[in-house]
Design a protein around this ligand. Structure first.
Ligand code: GLU
Length: 513
């Protein structure tokens, strides 16, 4: 593939703290597309250093989601490349070495403050008028750390090993600027940054340290992630600088937020349940809350449709086109066409995409996805014919089942109101004659069409009314796929019987009304 970008290596780095939210899916997609566009490598790294937020099953969920979507990472926990391990909890020694390096170079320091010390600091600062107290340059010299304690005291605290953390020593009075492909120049004042913990008590690194070290060691060229990480990037830039890697920092691209359908505020995992649509790719059962969150897959979305929908949440191809296969997207995608402003989540649009993709899918591919919903006695040939007829009318895969019952059984619930409106008592004999005509005609839809239309024309009847009544008595409703294809699939004799029975009902309701 032609590309001006060399050696593209990008990573999707989710934390297994729960299911993948639609925002995470978009981050994964954009990373994947960017890698494909530039002939690069798409990497999956599991960022599981926060044991307190670890959720059983979340990693598996993430892997299953990517598999369903078809974004296969070239390097991951399941398929390690040369930069593994790809699970951060298995990289402790690497982080330890790097943290020690920062302490030795004076860019980080040990802190031994107890939780009580930290509370006391906050109270003290608040009393002194500081609105949101932080462990930063202004308080660090008043705390219990390797900057304030003697070497012997530090050694003794380290020996005891309780509440030992490592913090970044953020420089004073500097402006930290970096270039973001989407946001352009971004600057932060170092005095507003806290001395972030980079190694927690217990020896595990925090996200910031692990993320930077891994991006460096895994030779990540571009960091494409959600906007919520933009402010953390200031600390990351400082870390790159402290390690002496600033010249070769990855290129950053922070993606705009995905907003609620109203456009007000970020789309949250709760919004799905609130507005009645999924915000997760696959269904997720939350053990703690004993609640099940809907998934796009289970709601009947095709992965291609979801991908197309999500691709446009924050990116645009520069024209009005909307339908893009994953392959098209791989060719077209560019970070330059990512919007700065948030993207409103529009579930109607998601459904529209699904309709388009179902209509475009081959009968055979739909067959393989829906066959388990149907009785085994239904042949593949019959089911594929039904799929062909219903394809332009369904939104979800599950609709094939719910909208096809009349192909197998006499409809139990018929549109009586419609029947009353369209049925004329004097047409009884014509319907009986049509029922007989159907049994005397071949099963081909064209023959059925010729015979039925011929009869209606010959007797100068109204097409609209006659067709509507036939549809209601055969399939229950006035709308539906082609009438003659429908009769052909249901069977001539069965349609005959439904017409005879339906007409007797029509006579009764029309007489009484
Ligand atoms: N582990 C972070 C997350 O869960 C990754 C952020 C990043 O990509 O740097 O989103």
């Amino acid at each position: 593939m032609m590309s001006e970008e060399k050696n593209v290596r990008v990573r999707f780095a989710p934390s297994p703290t729960g299911p993948l939210h639609i925002g995470g899916v978009r981050t994964a997609l954009y990373n994947y597309l960017f890698a494909k566009k530039h002939g690069g490598t798409f990497i999956l790294r599991i960022e599981d250093t926060d044991q307190t937020r670890y959720v059983e099953g979340a990693e598996e969920y993430i892997l299953n989601s990517l598999e369903w979507l078809g974004f296969t990472p070239e390097e991951s926990v399941n398929q390690p490349g040369e930069y593994g391990p790809y699970r951060q909890s298995e990289r402790k020694d690497i982080y330890k070495k790097h943290v020690e390096q920062l302490i030795a170079s004076g860019h980080a320091y040990y802190a031994f403050d107890t939780p009580e010390d930290l509370v006391a600091m906050r109270e003290r600062e608040q009393a002194a008028g500081v609105h949101t107290p932080k462990y930063d340059h202004s308080v660090r010299m008043k705390m219990k750390n390797s900057l304030t304690l003697s070497e012997e005291e530090v050694a003794s605290y380290l020996k005891i090993g309780e509440n030992v953390t490592v913090r970044m020593k953020v420089p004073v009075g500097e402006t930290i600027s970096f270039h973001d492909t989407i946001r352009e120049k971004v600057s932060f004042q170092s005095n507003e940054l806290d001395d972030k913990v980079i190694m927690k008590a217990g020896g595990l690194p925090t996200y910031h340290l692990a993320n930077v070290v891994d991006d460096r060691l895994m030779k990540i060229s571009h960091v494409i992630r959600g906007e919520e990480w933009l402010s953390s990037t200031a600390h990351h830039v400082l870390l790159y600088r402290s390690f002496g890697w600033e010249e070769e920092m990855p290129i950053f691209a922070h993606l705009p937020l995905i907003l609620k359908p109203s456009g007000k505020g970020k789309l949250s995992k709760r919004d799905g349940a609130k507005f009645g649509f999924p915000v997760f790719p696959l269904e997720w059962h939350d053990e703690k809350e004993d609640a099940t969150f809907a998934g796009f897959k289970e709601a009947g979305f095709l992965p291609e449709a979801l991908i197309n929908f999500i691709s446009l949440l924050g990116w645009n191809p520069g024209n009005d086109e909307e339908i893009f296969s994953l392959e098209d997207l791989c060719n077209l995608f560019s970070l330059d066409q990512i919007n700065k402003s948030g993207a409103q989540f529009d579930y109607d649009k998601a459904q529209w995409f699904n309709q388009q993709y179902i209509n475009k899918s081959s009968n055979n591919s739909i067959y393989s996805q829906v066959k388990s919903d149907f009785d085994e006695s239904i042949s593949q040939d019959q089911l594929e014919k039904i799929i062909e007829l219903l394809k332009p009318r369904v939104t979800f895969l599950a609709d094939f089942k719910t909208q096809s019952s009349y192909f197998f059984n006499k409809p139990t619930d018929i549109d009586e109101k419609g029947l009353k409106k369209k049925y004329k008592l004097e047409n009884e004999e014509h319907f009986n004659a049509l029922a007989t005509l159907i049994t005397n005609t071949s099963n081909k839809s064209e023959d059925l069409q010729d015979a039925i239309k011929g009869y209606i024309t010959e007797h100068a009847l109204k097409f609209g009314d006659m067709f509507s009544v036939l549809r209601i008595v055969i399939a229950g409703s006035m709308s539906g796929p082609d009438l003659f294809e429908m009769i052909s699939l249901i069977g001539n004799q069965e349609c005959h019987d439904r017409i005879i029975e339906g007409i007797s009902t029509a006579q009764k309701i029309t007489n009484n009304g």
